[in-house]
Design a protein around this ligand. Structure first.
Ligand SMILES: *[C@@H]1O[C@H](CO)[C@@H](O)[C@H](O)[C@H]1NC(C)=O
Ligand SMILES: *[C@@H]1O[C@H](CO)[C@@H](O)[C@H](O)[C@H]1NC(C)=O
Length: 459
């Protein structure tokens, strides 16, 4: 009895204590070495990002099991009497169906949804810039749409939050919206580098876990058939299968990567997601010797997946720094006639077409505003001197290119420069990489400030 009373007394103290130790929305709430609050402000949940970082994200906790909610599209059933007296029944989905993609460029006529997550990061970052001109420029970045990376399964429930928001904005404005996402959680991810190793391993049920991850994205998308979703599928993965099979982790991952990407294409196709498979960049698959094997790999995977109709093409230059059209070739590109993304795309496009793969592209220009800043073409980590680039647009000047997009959210770090960190990659310690740099995916304030300052066109 006494014990019970003590517990009650203690319990009454707890709410006050919890409230005091609550992290704000988008604040950190966990990770190695974190000693601050591990509970989140009302309306947000602590979401695991990686062993070093958990963050308070808006919305409820992620469903632990795949949601079984399904939204059935209205259908029309037509019964026709055939000459022989039998009947055939055709069931077609009502307008708004996602069973057949729109012909043409999926970006045209749509507004790009602004990720509230990135906008909040940018606003917080701008708050730390003292120079009034730079601060105003920094704030304007919050209005430029970027893709949202779903890099851990714990974040998948965020997609539903965004889709619900886009759906309501769409209803109130009459303007149609696209939510742009990056599907990025293959087992043994980032097989040729160290900074972005993922949460799933092939050895530990990784492919099945990946399928659950895809299923959770699909379950959310299914609930908002009115909102268009465009996805970049698995940055670096297939490009690594073209050029890096000599790396043991890549050759071991080959079967799982192919199975995972096939599953992603097939399932996302069912809910009408317009997909662009990642195709590296000019300095990777754009080398003449790599073009044919690349086209063959994309086409064979696509065909074996059943030629999913919502696969629209390829995404290039994701998180990279290449110009779409370089005024003059950067000296580091010497030896490659495809020295910028336009040359790469113009060379690859016809090869894809002849193999039966849809030759449409989107190109990341988010951090490509400044050229000739790298020592080697392969340098990819937090390259110093980079600036925000051409804004997202469908005016691309190239019929193969659907849109210039910002895939990499500028300011989020590519990888840590801490040589003792488990995910340290030497590229992040090179002399052309800005340092000190925090863990991949976390905010890198000095880098963001430089992207703002060096933006071209200027902000
Ligand atoms: C911004 O400033 C606040 C207050 O000085 C500080 O706690 C926070 O770490 C800073 N954030 C960044 C990203 O620099
Ligand atoms: C992966 O392939 C690229 C392009 O050929 C090459 O530059 C890079 O060094 C390779 N990575 C590893 C770890 O071998």
């Amino acid at each position: 009895m006494f014990k019970f009373a003590t517990l009650l007394a203690l319990a009454s103290l707890i709410p006050a204590f919890v409230e005091a130790a609550t992290s704000p929305i988008y604040g950190q709430c966990g990770g190695t070495g974190w000693t601050g609050a591990t509970t989140c402000a009302t309306g947000s949940t602590c979401v695991y990002s990686n062993p070093y970082y958990s963050q308070c994200l808006p919305g409820a906790a992620n469903p632990t099991t795949t949601t079984t909610t399904t939204t059935t599209r209205p259908t029309t059933t037509t019964t026709t009497t055939t000459p022989g007296g039998g009947t055939t029944t055709t069931t077609t989905s009502a307008p708004g169906t996602t069973s057949t993609p729109d012909a043409g460029n999926p970006f045209v006529g749509y507004q790009l949804y602004l990720s509230p997550y990135y906008a909040a990061e940018v606003q917080a970052a701008a708050g730390n810039i003292t120079d009034a001109t730079q601060k105003a420029k920094a704030l304007s970045v919050a209005n430029i749409p970027t893709f949202t990376w779903f890099d851990v399964i714990a974040k998948t429930s965020q997609l539903g939050t965004y889709l619900a928001d886009a759906s309501s904005k769409q209803k109130s404005s009459g303007q149609k919206y696209i939510v742009q996402i990056v599907v990025y959680d293959l087992p043994d991810r980032d097989c040729a580098a160290a900074a972005s190793n993922g949460e799933f391993t092939i050895a530990n049920n990784g492919l099945a876990n990946y399928e659950t991850y895809i299923d959770q994205l699909v379950a959310q998308i299914k609930q908002y058939p009115d909102v268009r979703v465009v996805a970049v599928i698995e940055p670096d993965s297939l490009a690594n299968l073209v050029t890096n099979l000599s790396v043991a982790k890549c050759s071991n991952a080959q079967t799982a990567y192919k199975a995972g990407v096939t599953y992603a294409m097939q399932q996302l196709n069912k809910v009408g997601v317009y997909m662009y498979l990642d195709a590296g960049h000019a300095g990777w698959l754009g080398w003449p010797a790599n073009l044919t094997p690349a086209a063959q790999l994309f086409a064979s995977l696509y065909k074996s997946a059943g030629s999913p109709t919502f696969v629209r093409g390829l995404a290039t230059n994701v998180a990279n720094y290449n110009a779409l059209t370089a005024a003059t070739p950067d000296p580091i590109t010497q030896g490659n006639s495809n020295y910028d993304e336009s040359h790469y795309i113009n060379a690859l496009g016809p090869m894809l077409s002849s193999q039966g793969f849809p030759a449409h592209f989107i190109v990341d220009q988010g951090r490509a505003g400044v050229q000739n800043i790298r020592q080697q073409w392969g340098d990819w980590c937090n390259v110093a001197g980079a600036g925000f680039g051409t804004r997202p647009t469908t005016s691309t000047g190239n019929s193969l290119i659907d849109a210039i997009v910002w895939v990499k959210p500028g300011g989020e770090c590519d990888g840590t420069s801490d040589t003792s960190a488990a995910r340290y990659d030497y590229h992040c310690g090179l002399s052309d990489a800005l340092q000190p740099a925090p863990e991949a995916g976390t905010w890198f304030q000095a880098y963001f400030a430089a992207l703002v300052k060096n933006a071209n066109p200027s902000l």
